[in-house]
Design a protein around this ligand. Sequence first.
Ligand code: 13P
Ligand code: SF4
Length: 315
Amino acid sequence: MEQPYVDPSLDLEAEIKRLKRERNAILLAHYYQDSEVQDLADVIGDSLQLAQAAKRTNADVIVFCGVHFMAETAKILNPGKIVVLPDLDAGCSLADGCPIDRFRAWQARHPGAVTISYINCSAEVKAASDLICTSSNAEKIVRSVPADKQILFAPDRNLGRYLIQKTGRAMVLWQGVCVVHETFSEKKLLALRERHPNAALLAHPECEPGLLATADFIGSTSALLRHAVESPKQEFIVATESGILHQMQKQAPHKTFIAAPPESSCACNECPYMRLNTLEKLYVCMRDLSPRLEMPEALRRAAELPIERMLALSN
Ligand code: 13P
Ligand code: SF4
């Protein structure tokens, strides 16, 4: 989506706050959003926390600053609300790499298996899954499946491999990857660690196995944040989308946080989809209550079931 024209004399922060009140809206933001978007949010969280916040809200409008599958999940869990997101094109390489027809064909090759899908997938894939998980509850969800059942895990192969290692449970993996967590350079990381020998390496489980093998702590974005704040360590190298550093720095201002280096000199540790949500688009989507998340009721109901199973197991 093109950047919309917005009167440059407008105070966008003030306008967004005004619209929040006027629309009785709640603004949910993922940790991977720009810091200026995070600072306007009512709730900042990881995928699970944002899904839970969307389900329990009494607001009339949910403004979702994240990617499409997250806003879709909000609509699935709270269908009576208007759900808007700043840019409908904010996709995800994991969701895009798992089209429903190939996913169904894959399932058909493994009859009788239980399918666990990472929440980073389309509503159609959710509807065809038995259970959904996020990075913060994935281990629990895998362990909930009876030992005699074969498990199919989609779409993130790195999270899948990490879970196989953690739980000792064999799983058939869909071969999807996150474009952001794939870009970290192990060579540059090694050099960085030599220059900062006291720094702890924090990594999201979407990272490559080689990187995870050298990490001091592995967890979802909220787990990484909690660990960074509570750890007695003073210095951290952070291998996940660099938006999380904003909250780390805010909650532990005296500590040092270094973003793990990507392979090239690009800003590839910023998610190109998450960062489509600019302040201008956020303002316009709240002003116009568009673009909205809509889906057929039959699809919504089918997708709701495995998400609700996940939420019940997450309590
Ligand atoms: P969490 O929000 O579960 O940490 O996952 C990170 C992510 O990549 C979201 O797209
Ligand atoms: Fe998808 Fe990766 Fe972006 Fe998360 S960081 S939304 S997994 S592309």
